[in-house]
Design a protein around this ligand. Sequence first.
Ligand SMILES: [Fe+2]
Length: 267
Amino acid sequence: MHDAPGTQCHRLSNRVMTRGDTQEARVAELEAELARVRAGAEAQSRQLERYAADLRETFKAERVQRARLQDSYMATVRALSNAVEARDAYTGKHAERVAAYGLAIARTMGSRLAEDPTIEFGFLLHDVGKVAVPDAILYKPAALTDEERALMSRHPVIGAQILRGIEFLGEAKAVVRHHHERWDGAGYPDGLVADEIPLAARVFAVADTLDALTTDRPYRDACSLIYAREVINAASGSQFDPVVVHAFLSIPNDVLDRIRLETGTTS
Ligand SMILES: [Fe+2]
């Protein structure tokens, strides 16, 4: 039994229409699904943007907080350094000048030291151990006896002990302990040689001598910058690290003069 051709066409047309309807419904479903996914993605993207904005705000607030904390550290260190220097009328702003010279040398060397704030703390606090040295020795106009010299030379160790428990000082403590070491190992307190001496302390040694030579002392007038350069150059490889001396010698006079002017020494 066969259907009439008209009936077959009708069924076929019904089937095609049904398939067409199903496909349209499927397309509509997919479009709705796509719209849902898109809306979800947009909501997620907005959420992420809010998170990013929150993070940026938190980061900014933390940076401000860190800067404030760093300022407080610096103010505390300066107060301590000033307290030490207040005892000695001759050195004036010695610690500040040495810190500025030291940073200028570190910058010239391209060293990371210049970026490390704890190094400046060390430069400023290098002689904090002198609080334990009696006035009679500290201000003695004549040469020190062996016993007095031994007492005086304990100040780096005493200084490091004083600062031992202060976490934020970091590398500063190494500067305080080793600021009288010499490149050839003849320094104190540990007789470290060459690279054994922390770099910050090697930089400090040059800066300290520069300031000692170019400021008035009870027993002599200040030397010229040119003379100070000669003296430091002559001690390169014995007292001082040659790399540090080389960096120091390449700093123009006007940079050093500006530091002296800003820290109260024009002699
Ligand atoms: Fe010292």
